[in-house]
Design a protein around this ligand. Structure first.
Ligand code: ADP
Ligand code: MG
Length: 372
């Protein structure tokens, strides 16, 4: 008798969903990214009991069209990508159509209301665990979408128990991630609150719809944070032949071979001045084309160069690496937080050199006002 058999569909769904939604952070990341993809300019995240009871995200984005109600939470249904080739030109956060379907499988999920700008009323949508639409009802609502995730991992006892045990720490990690989205999103108003049982609702942080990232950082971390920061604006040439000092023939050769290997890094970083603006290491945010992501090697490069000027502290880092969309791959891990950078070695080398130049250029006696 054959021993190799296909896994039954429902179980496959649950197995895969557990890889997309691994923790509280993934839930918030997916919901906030969907709101940003929907063009929202206002996003409110409301936690109950640090997220253990529920996480609700309300936006004023495009809303969901009634024609999409049936398919919205089905696995691999997305409005953002239709063929693999589109991936290299991706400008949205989402593309796999897995988040809502995974949330249906792992939590008590529903769309509290959604209303397109031209829709007369809002609609509440309820789903089965498989992501199939269970029912709709008409509700009063402003344009936009509100989604709630209740009792995350209610059907995965081990993960639920673990979450109950670690929820305070998890909640703080979520806040750090939301800080990154709030800081990078100019023109978007964020508000994050938490309601603990029998306690008051507290605002964790909020931003205005600021026109620049500096004001976002001030809203999130406090105006004092800015005192220690200098603007980061680097242009990295990944082809050694294109760097200053290269011979003309090498330059010509490199332009013919590949003319688009320039990377820009924009943001804010602490001046390497001992004792100034003590920053904690978790205030380090890295982005690739405005997508918050984990880039351990890049973070290490930043910290190493900074430490060579100031061994006493860790820097505040807010760095957006602007790359050609063909120069990296976001489809590496199910939670899309790990990004594969092509030619990372050249990038790191060039980054370290540029950072050292930047820090050397900052005479530590220059008054702060001139640097801001
Ligand atoms: P993906 O983001 O990869 O497309 P999701 O499962 O996160 O997959 O979402 C499925 C689809 O639902 C999205 O493509 C989008 O069309 C729609 N959607 C999800 N959240 C929102 C929202 N907040 N506002 C408008 N549309 C949304
Ligand atoms: Mg999504």
């Amino acid at each position: 008798m054959a021993t190799i058999k296909p896994i039954e569909g429902r179980s496959v769904h649950q197995i895969q969903s557990g890889q997309v939604i691994v923790d509280l952070q993934s839930v918030c990341k997916e919901l906030v990214e969907n709101s940003l993809d929907a063009g929202a300019t206002s996003i409110e995240v409301r936690f109950k009991n640090n997220g253990l009871d529920s996480i609700e995200v309300q936006d004023n984005g495009s809303g969901i069209a009634p024609e999409d109600f049936e398919t919205i939470a089905l696995k691999h249904y997305t409005s953002k990508l239709s063929t693999y080739d589109d991936l290299s030109a991706l400008t949205t956060f989402g593309f796999r159509g897995e988040a809502l379907s995974s949330l249906c499988a792992l939590s008590k999920f529903h769309i509290v209301t959604t209303r397109a700008a031209d829709g007369p009323k809002g609609t509440k949508l309820e789903f089965e665990q498989s992501g199939k639409l269970k029912g709709t009802s008409v509700v009063a609502a402003k344009p936009g979408t509100t989604i709630v995730v209740e009792t995350l991992f209610h059907n995965l006892p081990v993960r639920r128990k673990e979450l109950e045990k670690t929820v305070k720490r998890e909640y703080n990690k979520v806040l750090a991630l939301l800080h990154a989205y709030a800081c990078i999103s100019t023109g978007v108003k964020f508000s994050v609150s938490n309601q603990v049982p029998k306690g008051k609702k507290t605002i964790a942080f909020a931003t205005n719809s600021n026109p620049n990232t500096k004001e976002n950082i001030a809203n999130v971390y406090g105006t004092r944070t800015l005192i220690a920061l200098v603007p980061l604006s680097l242009t990295l040439e990944l082809d050694p032949s294109n760097r200053p000092g290269a011979t003309q023939s090498a330059r010509n050769w490199s332009t013919e071979e590949d003319g688009s290997r320039t990377v820009k890094v924009a943001g804010h970083i602490s001046r390497p001045v001992v004792g100034e603006g003590r920053q904690t290491p978790d205030r380090q945010m890295l982005f690739v084309n405005s997508r918050p992501c984990l880039l351990p090697q890049v973070a290490k490069a930043f910290n190493e160069v900074y430490k060579s000027f100031n061994v006493m502290q860790s820097p505040f880092i807010f760095a957006n690496i602007k790359l050609d969309t063909n120069a990296y791959d976001v489809n590496v891990s199910p939670d899309k937080r790990t990004i594969l950078l092509h030619d990372q070695t050249a990038l790191l080398e060039s980054l370290k050199e540029a950072l050292a130049n930047l820090f050397e250029g900052h005479d530590q006696s220059v008054p702060k006002a001139q640097l801001l």
